[in-house]
Design a protein around this ligand. Structure first.
Ligand code: SAM
Length: 253
């Protein structure tokens, strides 16, 4: 039985499962988010003898507890404290055919912990992958693109059709890989994240109009002049690596 509220679209195409497992090259310890019945886990088990799986569905947990080469963390991944066996994880990687409902939230959660996470390989709704990997001046470029690309170098990989799953989802899926940026990663703070999100909130507005209720006219004029921004500039025209400096400029003074 599939629980739709847990995003249970199980992968049934063995060639795709095998491909995902072969693309995954964690440099150290790793975990699989949402192992389900072990569709992907069985391929990972062939290659690795010590890893962790994170499963929210209580009914699926016992199945994993009988197996010896990995441990199970039971519960919502979003509530997990990045601690394993009483130690904070370090340089950890994640893989998973993520539940659609929680996919974006899981990616955001990982981006809040870049010093602990070195790599991810996820299967997500294609539209979400397009937003994660979008470049400035495109329709999909938004706060999710800035927040994820601020921490990880991301790459959109294979597209997976609905027939590869049971039950088949209504939408296309796509693999996305990310490696932690070694230089120039963005600040990790909820204030920074909120700033970026609020600037993209009204995508039809100019950047100036989107922020005018938050900062004084003088401050906005000063920052626009310092950054050489046109009055008509929109948030989606501002490149990923300009955001931390813009944030800092708006906080200063
Ligand atoms: N790994 C299997 C596969 O590839 O077919 C199952 C993937 S299925 C799309 C998503 C899995 O994530 C399900 O097993 C579901 O119960 C689990 N799940 C859903 N929300 C979760 C959450 N917040 N934390 C951990 N697991 C979750």
């Amino acid at each position: 039985m599939s629980r739709q509220y847990l995003g249970q679209n199980f992968l049934i195409d063995e060639s795709i499962l095998e491909k995902i497992a072969s693309l995954f090259k964690p440099p150290g310890e790793f975990g699989e988010i949402g192992p389900g019945h072990g569709e992907l886990t069985k391929y990972l088990s062939k290659k690795y003898s010590d890893f962790t799986v994170f499963e929210k569905d209580k009914n699926l947990v016992p199945l994993h507890k009988t197996l010896k080469n990995y441990r199970v963390v039971e519960g919502d991944f979003l509530d997990w404290d990045f601690n394993l066996q009483n130690k904070q994880i370090e340089n950890f990687s994640f893989i998973g055919n993520l539940p659609y409902e929680a996919g974006t939230a899981i990616v955001k959660r990982i981006c809040e912990r870049p010093s602990q996470v070195v790599h991810f390989l996820f299967l997500l709704q294609k539209e979400v992958v397009e937003r994660l990997c979008a470049k400035p001046h495109t329709r999909d470029f938004g706060s999710l693109s800035v927040l994820v690309q601020g921490q990880f170098d991301v790459e959109a990989l294979d597209i997976v059709r609905p027939e590869a799953f049971n039950p088949a989802p209504q939408v296309m899926s796509q693999l996305v890989g990310g490696f932690r940026r070694e230089n120039g990663a963005h600040p990790v703070s909820s204030k920074y994240n909120q700033f970026v999100q609020s600037c993209f909130l009204h995508k039809r507005k100019t950047f100036r109009n989107a922020i005018k209720s938050k900062f004084s006219k003088e401050k906005i004029d000063e920052v626009f002049q310092d950054f050489d921004l046109k009055p008509t500039a929109r948030a989606e025209e501002i490149s990923v690596d300009l955001w931390p400096a813009l944030f800092k400029a708006f906080q200063d003074g």
